[in-house]
Unconditional design. Structure first.
Lengths: 163, 163
């Protein structure tokens, strides 16, 4: 055992501890305190995401800086949703984020007609909004029609971009 | 029964809200000191001036991401190079997990973060420390786990063959 690990072990045993159950109960209380803040933040971010997706329809080519901003917002929601009882938001967010990563990295995808790209983005926004507005502590979206449709849409898009 | 009362943790996340969630969870676990940094650069400064027992960092940060941050910790000529690094990540791609592990990350917690998952990893680091390897190719906790230890990352490693 390296000296650092030994010191860690020593510290862990040198004070009266709590049981894991007590620690988790305390964590639940503190996370609950942040929940109201998350609800407001979620509403604001979903609205920003919808606005950004709508703005991408303007212009004659894909606005990559705007797309990156959209990716950042979706990535944040994906990371926070599950912690606050919205597993579907995290799951749909993961699919949306993966699609945006692909769009940002793939030149062929970026050259697709703008309306095709924005239609695909809109479908993701609709799904994300539905997941965000779903009742808290809902079941994960895995294998539901919503996620399945998103996967099929992204697959179709990729295939057509490669063609 | 564990105690974190005599320990300090440094939470590194460029997302202010996620950083607060993680810090609150650490407070709930009873950490004596909870430090936060919004960037890898800020965190490295803290590590040089404070006695830190755990680093919890996000994978995706800017301008320096979590992998580079871990690499810089392990390359330091100071005692803090031994500090356990727990990485929070929404990335599930094998290549990303391997990159982080090869940079010297000790444990991973998948996003969305649950208090239980984080607590399990903290306790695992204390109770089952891995030998610390320092050679010309790698600095960090031994990437091979011993019998009986969790195999989540190694199972993925196995997919690409033996090392």
């Amino acid at each position: 055992m390296n000296p650092f690990a030994r010191r860690l072990r020593f510290k862990a045993l040198s004070a009266k501890g709590m049981s894991a159950g007590e620690m988790l109960a305390r964590a639940d209380i503190l996370v609950e305190d942040l929940r109201a803040e998350f609800e407001a933040l979620k509403a604001r971010k979903l609205s920003e995401i919808a606005d950004l997706a709508a703005a991408l329809r303007g212009g004659d080519r894909l606005d990559l800086p705007r797309l990156e901003k959209l990716h950042g917002l979706v990535h944040d929601l994906k990371g926070q949703g599950g912690t606050f009882g919205y597993p579907a938001l995290s799951e749909v967010g993961a699919h949306f984020s993966a699609f945006l990563s692909y769009l940002l990295a793939d030149a062929a995808a970026q050259r697709r007609p703008l309306h095709i790209v924005t239609d695909a983005l809109d479908a993701h926004v609709v799904a994300l909004t539905a997941a965000g507005n779903a009742a808290r502590d809902g079941v994960p979206a895995g294998n539901t029609k919503l996620v399945q449709e998103l996967c099929e849409l992204a697959d179709r898009f990729r295939r057509s971009a490669q063609a | 029964m564990h105690s974190f009362k005599a320990m300090s943790v440094l939470v590194v996340d460029d997302n202010e809200f996620l950083s607060r969630i993680t810090a609150q969870i650490c407070h709930a676990f009873g950490f004596g000191t909870v430090l936060t940094a919004r960037s890898a650069e800020g965190a490295l400064k803290t590590l040089t001036s404070a006695d830190v027992d755990f680093v919890i960092c996000d994978y995706q940060m800017a301008p320096t991401d979590g992998v580079d941050f871990a690499r810089r910790i392990r390359a330091a000529k100071a005692d803090y190079r031994f500090v356990p690094i727990i990485m929070l990540t929404a990335f599930t791609q094998l290549s990303k997990v391997i990159a982080a592990r090869d940079a010297g990350v000790t444990e991973f917690v998948a996003k969305p973060v649950s208090p239980k998952a984080l607590l399990d990893k903290l306790i695992s680091v204390i109770d089952n420390p891995r030998p610390f390897v320092t050679d010309e190719h790698f600095v960090g906790p031994d990437r091979r786990r011993r019998k009986g230890e969790p195999r989540d990352v190694e199972r993925r490693t196995g997919e690409r063959g033996k090392e």
